[in-house]
Structures are given as C-alpha cells and as structure tokens.
Design a protein around this ligand. Structure first.
Ligand code: CP
Length: 316
C-alpha cells in the first residue's frame, strides 16, 4: 500500500478486516516492524481520536511518532505552482511535504474541506499537492471528502457487533448548529457499499451526498420508514453538497432519540464523535447499552495500526 486516502487503496477489504481483528487480539505482536521508523502526524485541523489513536497505533508497532499541529503552529501553506508568494502564505506545500518526508517514513495528514469551494474540495487539491511533494507513504487522517480510518474502524465495529450475516445499516443525517463536511458520510457510504450489509441512507431533501459515493445505495427522505428494522443506526450531520456548505433549515426532528431507536431491530447506535449531545442524539441513546460510540473510538487504534503495518511491510 503506497498511500491510504480511500478504500480504493485497499486490495482486499475482507483480508484487511481480518488482520485488524487479529491485531486487536495481540496489539504488540508486530512491534519489531516499526523499529527505527518514524511516523509524522500533521494536523491542519483539531482532533482528539485521530491524533491519539494514530499515535498509539504507531507506538504499538514500535515506531517513533512526531505530531505537529500545523494549522496553529506551522507556516501558512501556498498550494499554487508558480505563484509569487508576496502575500499570506510563507511556505509552499511541495517544500513542506518534501521536508517532512526527510524526517518521517510514513506521514499522516488531516486537512478538512473548505466548504466554500466544492471543486477544490472534491478534487482533493490539498492532499494531491501534498502527495505530489512527498517521497514517503501518506495516510489520510481525514481529507476534504473522505475519512477512511474512521470508516475502517466503523467496519471493524459492525463486524464485531453484528448478529446476522447481512445486517441492515442506516446512515442518517442528524441536526447540528454548524456546517460540517460530508467526509465521514461519504466515506461510510463508500466502505459500507463494499461490505456485506444492506445500506440505506436517510436525510432531509436538500442534503443529497455526491453520487460518486452513493451510487446504487437506497436513499430515503422518510426518516421513520428508513429506521424500521435497522440493526445499526449511524448518525452524522453533513452540510449541503448541492448548495455547497450550507445548512438550509433546522430539522431538529431528525435528532436520534429513544423513540426513533424504538423503530429499529433493537439497533445499535453509532457516531464517529465528537458529538453534540441532545442535538445530534439524546443522552438516553448515547448512554444506552446499545450505543457503540466508545467501541468505535477504541477501534480507531486497530484500524490505524493495520494500515501502518501494511505500509511497513511494503518496506521490508
Ligand atoms: N472521529 C474523529 O475523527 O475524531 P477526531 O476529530 O477527534 O479526531
């Protein structure tokens, strides 16, 4: 695996899933693979889970780990080739990526969507420019359009928790006071489309995701109907794709409550976190025995460790 920016970088999803479950049973079993190797984690945006789970994953493999909050502590990056850098940005992305590559054997990068320029975001301009300048493998810690480490952890969680061979999984839009990227939802749809699950996506009219990620997936605007008999309910807010980055109305009735969960097949509740309690989902749901939010966060370590191990193995 050269880079990990989406599920398209994975040869065999089932094999990857089995490897993650094996690693979870024996987290220090591959400690020699990362000896004298350095993982660099570069964040242009805030993080709790991604930062700490990726750091732990690298350490479990025996790697040295360096973390930089580039958005706060680094130079502002210029992305345009040939630009005359006489205003805001102090450093070109190709110089930064090449320099970080000298210090690190694998680089993880987080750079969220602008939510202002859809073409820029959906062409993954930032990641592609960074990869263009880097000389070592790159792992996405969430890009403008995708969050593959989160989706891989979600797949692990569903595999561990499912009670039927092919569970019904519902990805539901949920309310939120601020405009959020579509990355988690896009990525979840992409991974679930390759998993042994029946996926339904439900959202209010106006919150359609890019067809690039939802092609062939059942989509419903009837929230209650979609939730019926669900084995897993994955809640996530996203802003509009068509009216890019905008939040059109309140839709507070889309909050996941105990009443909404009662429509399901004693379904499990999932969310990637962080979550705004009693906005996206009620305390009752989040603190219920059917909530998998902590299991998902825990599996972030083993998702990251599996991807890192794949990359380290390539080098051996
Ligand atoms: N789920 C997730 O990516 O969490 P952080 O933004 O805290 O890393």
């Amino acid at each position: 695996m050269k880079n990990f920016t989406s599920i398209n970088d994975v040869n065999n999803v089932q094999d990857l899933l089995q490897k993650a479950l094996e690693i979870k049973q024996n987290p220090f079993g591959y400690k020699s693979f990362g000896e004298n190797k350095t993982l660099g984690l570069i964040f242009l945006n805030p993080s709790l889970r991604t930062r700490l789970s990726s750091q732990k994953a690298g350490q479990n493999l025996g790697m040295n780990v360096m973390v930089m909050n580039m958005g706060q502590e680094g130079w502002q990056l210029e992305l345009e080739d040939g630009s005359i850098m006489d205003s805001g940005a102090q450093e070109h992305i190709k110089d930064a990526a090449a320099v970080i590559s000298q210090y690190c054997d694998i680089i993880g990068v987080r750079s969220f969507a602008t939510l202002k320029d859809r073409e820029f975001d959906y062409k993954e301009e930032f990641f592609n420019k960074f990869i263009g300048g880097a000389n070592v493998p790159l792992i996405s810690l969430e890009s403008a359009t995708l969050h593959p480490l989160q989706s891989f952890a979600d797949l692990i969680t569903i595999e561990e928790q499912k009670k039927v061979k092919r569970p019904k999984v519902v990805l539901t839009w949920a309310p939120h006071p601020k405009a959020l990227p579509q990355a988690v939802a896009n990525s979840f749809a992409q991974w679930m489309s390759k998993a042994d699950v029946d996926l339904t996506i439900t959202h209010p009219v106006g919150y359609e995701l890019s067809e690039e990620f939802t092609n062939g997936v059942e989509i419903s605007h009837n929230h209650d109907e979609a939730l019926k008999n669900a084995d897993f309910v994955y809640a996530k807010n996203w802003s509009s794709y068509s009216n890019y980055g905008l939040v059109s109305n309140d839709n507070s009735d889309w909050q996941i409550t105990k009443e909404k969960m009662s429509l399901t097949n004693n379904g499990k509740f999932m969310h990637c976190l962080p979550i705004r309690r009693n906005v996206v989902a009620s305390d009752e749901v989040l603190d219920s025995p059917n909530s998998l939010i902590l299991e998902q966060a825990n599996n972030r370590t083993f998702a990251a460790q599996t991807i890192l191990l794949e990359m380290l193995r390539n080098e051996k």
